[in-house]
Design a protein around this ligand. Sequence first.
Ligand code: PMP
Length: 372
Amino acid sequence: ASTRPYNFSAGPACLPLPVLEQAAAEMCDWQGSGMGVMEMSHRGPQFGAILAQAERDLRALAGVPDEFAILFMQGGALAANALIPLNLAHRGRVDVAVTGSWSAKSADEAARYALVQRVVDTRAEGYLDIPAPDSWALRDDVDYVHLCSNETIDGVEFQDLPNLRALGCEAPLVVDCSSNQLSRRFDWSRIGLAFGGAQKNIGPAGLTLVYVRRDLLQPALAACPTAFSLERVARENSMFNTPPTYAIYIAGLVFAWGLQFRWNGLQGLEALEAHNRDKAALLYAALDDSNLFENRVSSAVRSRMNIPFFLREPGLTDTFLAQAAQATPVGLLQLKGHKSKGGCRASLYNAMPLAGVQALVDFMQDFERRHG
Ligand code: PMP
């Protein structure tokens, strides 16, 4: 068994150890080429093969239909918050469902380029629940409807994406899936465009995935930087300019790892999803049983990926975090909550094993016995 600590960071986050080991082994010489991946031309045959394989494996793993282009971009999800209206908001009207801190940021950024209506906004209630989409004030003449499928800070997750067409809205759905892409199956028939930074379930920060239905690829607004024109980047197969080559290589190793991942007789995305469900259930059960720790999110929308929790005696939080990092036999790292919320947060991305969650639960119960 590994003696590496369990790393609960919200992102950049833990990656599968076999991926890190393979990358280390190939650091100076990728497959006999005499070059490390960082040293290769992005237009050479070796990197061309790495990119093509990464895209094939991602498409297979996430079940992305052929009618979607997959773009390997840069700038993170916050840049996407700008480039999406710059590409799609030709009528200048955007609806946003504000269900947490990240969708709130998306609404603010889109408002620089379009008239934004917040079709729902749960800020005043502390982002603890998601009102049913049939109660949202959707308009039918908007360029798109934006939501965040998993709010990384607040720990609320759409268990199913809304079917806008069934709600009488023909606009495409735009999904910020930064923190739950590849953690569960998405119904792509409900999505127009999805995007996410790589630094949670996929690989190094710097790489940003954009999944866009090809019929939405239109010339961008004039103000859009060409490097952020989805139509242009798609036409150039993510090679309009130098893509983040090393991050794409690591992502490719993660996709290959995901395709082989097995859990309870399942393989690939279904196995990852079942594993994530089991991990989250274990931690939520421990939180709900505890007299010291609590999670406040409505049970129907609790995130499987990011679980914020608080100590009922807030003065013990720093002690808890410090002791967790020193836990034996291995430490439990990066459990501090987001600075806007305080408390603690455990992120249970694909690379976090069930044994890591069990170690956290055991430590919490031991801490509660000592301090409860
Ligand atoms: N959206 C979500 C859901 C996120 O989790 C994050 C980062 N934690 C962002 C947007 C911002 O991403 P980036 O820092 O890559 O721009």
